[in-house]
Design a protein around this ligand. Structure first.
Ligand code: MN
Ligand code: MG
Length: 688
């Protein structure tokens, strides 16, 4: 509240305090001037104001610009920097409304720490909400990830009041510190929305009168929220039978007129969802294009897809009918989607006109934009907005506790888990990822997707770190204790697990695409040939299980390299169906591998990060060994006699790593390959 009393949006109580401070004489004068009303409303017809709606979305508990896996600062994200953008916007605009669009309480080690490791007491706010309190949010909605820790925890961190089975609604806890609204999740117990569907915020706007003078006028701002119906799948174990969802369009059609009837001058929709071009359905994940068409919505803030809108890139995302990146509108409704992790602040400038009794939005004069914490300076280097110094101290003890938590050993490895020789057949850092993904997807299918229970579940992963940036750009986990933060090395990206349904033919084609990692080798050539192509290592998907075996024949052109592909010892049946565990990225944007990886093959988009799945797997299987977790070679190179050397580069002087992995066909040719990247040159003998 301290921020808001500085002016920008003044609540009625602040106005009355201010009036009291001015004294009775001034009050009398103002009453005389406006003919007896507390607001000189009708005489100010034609007054105008700008209300800047500021959006954070998908913060995912990134209070600090800090990577808890790398144990290092990362200035490219973090609410402590978004906070600086908020303060700047409040200086710039006389009237602001700060809203949060959900996926707020999950996503970092600090979030897990406060939810499950050392649960935050009822009397204490979650660190994320505490940090947000420094800025003073006006309203928020819930994302899918708010449901990740179950309904009793959600009830606690929202301060109580969730009337739903299994929850003590009377529990009074610290709460979020701002009102939550959510119109499309219904409690089975009460048949009413789990959280209030909307709120009406009564504020005072600083406006410009028709005579050009400043005038203060009241406004009622309706705020309504919607989350993605996917919660019923992703958190089925917590939600089934307890709540249900409605489509955003259905809920808006019901409640927006109600909001208007209660006197809302304007309605701001908080959609924890984004946009996709599909026909509307009440369970669709990203219904923004459809919600924007519901009458009475004046502004729409979006999220969930972690995308950006409006998008100023040369080739913007969301290239969809009705989407106008220049105006920042969706079907004419001013809208934003502010990335994720606090990387951007969404700013919708609503142009308002006072007609003497109420405010009306002039949509064509309204506009929206994103403001980013990272930009480029004239020299092309990245520069970052400073962190707001008020934020970090608020959560410092919890931040330090989370750092201790991620350093805590969760297991032990008896071998050096590295990707140094993943390109030539060492599965040592990839197998455990595949094992974790496979176990996770198989367990979910068994529990929740019985229609796929008959299909084998396999997993692919890739050497995400494979030397692109030099000799230290490899996954390399030392023998000894495994801590939570080692999972960042084993799984570099913040992806989430996806399961796709494919057949044997698709698997062959998928592997053919992955084998683009290699140049075509000419067996007759007597001069040196480079084995590794420019195809990125993170796309070199591979199986690491004795159940699936294949050879890669690098003497053949792309598309004809996968040989002797077998499943359970027999040539794979091209028509047999399988479920493959992979990541969101591959499953939705892997069309260059196989068509089904455009999202159409996805049978489950899991809510959990691959990295968290790996952590969980190590917790359950803490004794990690080469034999059990790092030796299953699904593939080898097809034997070929090549006249000259076939060479590749990898980490400096690491031949012992290849030998320990049983790769007897690798030799060290030169300690320095001459590239200046700090790597050695090795040869692989394909005849062995
Ligand atoms: Mn999210
Ligand atoms: Mg989400």
């Amino acid at each position: 509240m301290s921020e808001r009393t500085q002016g920008f949006l003044i609540s009625p109580s602040h106005v009355s305090r201010r009036v009291a401070a001015l004294g009775l004489v001034a009050l009398a004068a103002s009453l005389a001037a406006c003919g007896g009303g507390s607001d000189n409303a009708s005489t100010n017809a034609g007054a105008t104001a700008t209300l800047a709606v500021l959006e954070t979305t998908d913060l995912h508990f990134n209070v600090r610009s800090y990577d808890y896996f790398k144990l290092a600062e990362d200035k490219s994200y973090g609410f402590e920097r978004t906070a600086t953008l908020v303060r700047a916007a409040r200086k710039e605009f006389a009237n602001t409304l700060l809203v949060d669009n959900g996926d707020t309480i999950q996503g970092t080690a600090l979030a897990d720490y406060e939810a499950t490791i050392s649960p935050i007491p009822c009397t204490q706010q979650l660190s994320m909400y505490k940090a947000m309190g420094a800025l003073g949010f006006d309203a928020g909605t819930l994302g899918n990830h708010e449901f990740n820790y179950g309904l009793p925890f959600l009830n606690q961190v929202l301060g109580g009041g969730l009337e739903v089975d299994g929850v003590d609604a009377s529990k009074k806890c610290a709460g979020a510190g701002f009102p939550m609204v959510l119109a499309n999740v219904i409690s089975t117990k009460t048949k009413k929305p789990l959280v209030q569907p909307y709120t009406v915020l009564e504020r005072t706007l600083v406006a410009k009168g028709a005579d050009g003078k400043e005038v203060k006028l009241p406004i009622k701002i309706g705020v309504i929220g919607f989350t993605t119906p996917g919660i019923m799948n992703w958190d089925k174990r917590y939600l089934e039978g307890k709540v249900s969802t409605e489509g955003a369009v259905e809920a808006a059609t019901k409640y927006v007129p109600e909001l208007r009837a209660k006197g809302a001058d304007i309605v701001v929709a908080l959609l924890h969802g984004g946009m996709d071009n599909a026909a509307y359905s009440p369970t669709m994940e990203n219904p923004g294009l459809h919600l924007s068409k519901v009458a009475g919505i004046d502004a729409m803030v979006m999220g969930h897809q972690h995308g950006v809108f409006p998008d100023t890139a040369a080739t913007p995302g969301f290239n969809l009918p009705g989407v106008d990146h220049k105006a920042g509108t969706v079907n004419g409704v001013p809208a934003v989607m502010a990335s994720s992790w606090g990387k951007s602040l969404g700013v919708v400038q609503l142009a308002l006109q006072w007609d003497g009794a109420k405010w009306v939005v002039n949509k064509s004069a309204s506009k929206s934009e994103l403001r980013n914490i990272q930009s480029k300076n004239a020299a092309g280097a990245n520069v970052y907005v400073d962190a707001d110094p008020a934020v970090a101290p608020l959560i410092e003890p919890q931040h330090q506790a989370a750092i201790q938590y991620v350093k805590t050993p969760i297991g032990q490895t008896d071998f050096r888990m590295s990707t140094l020789f993943a390109d030539v057949g060492d599965p040592g850092a990839i197998q455990i990822v595949n094992q974790a993904q496979q176990a996770y997807v198989a367990a979910y299918i068994k529990a929740s997707l019985p229609q796929y229970a008959q299909l084998p579940v396999l997993s692919v992963s890739a050497p995400f770190k494979s030397g692109f940036q030099g000799g230290s750009d490899y996954t390399d986990v030392a023998v000894g204790p495994l801590a939570i933060n080692n999972a960042a090395d084993l799984y570099l990206y913040p992806n989430t697990v996806y399961a796709v349904k494919v057949n044997g033919g698709d698997i062959k084609n998928w592997l053919e695409a992955a084998a683009k990692r290699f140049n075509q080798i000419d067996p007759a050539k007597t001069t040196e040939q480079q084995l590794i192509s420019s195809f990125p290592g993170y796309n070199f998907d591979m199986f690491t299980t004795a159940d699936v075996l294949y050879e890669i024949d690098v003497t053949q052109p792309v598309g004809g390299r996968i040989k002797k592909l077998s499943y359970l010892g027999k040539p794979i049946d091209m028509a047999q169906e399988f479920v493959i565990a992979t990541n969101n990225y591959r499953a939705t944007s892997g069309k260059s591998f196989i068509d089904k990886l455009d999202g159409s093959g996805t049978i489950w988009a899991a809510p959990d990060a691959n990295r968290d799945v790996v952590i969980d797997y190590i917790r359950k299987n803490p004794a990690v060994t080469r034999a059990a977790n790092g030796a299953a070679k699904s593939w080898r190179f097809a034997k070929a006699t090549v006249a000259g050397p076939v060479v590749f580069s990898s980490g400096a002087n690491a031949l012992a790593v290849a030998q320990a992995a049983g790769l007897a066909n690798v030799t060290l040719l030169a300690a320095d390959d001459g590239s200046g990247k700090g790597v050695s040159k090795y040869a692989v003998d394909l005849s062995k």
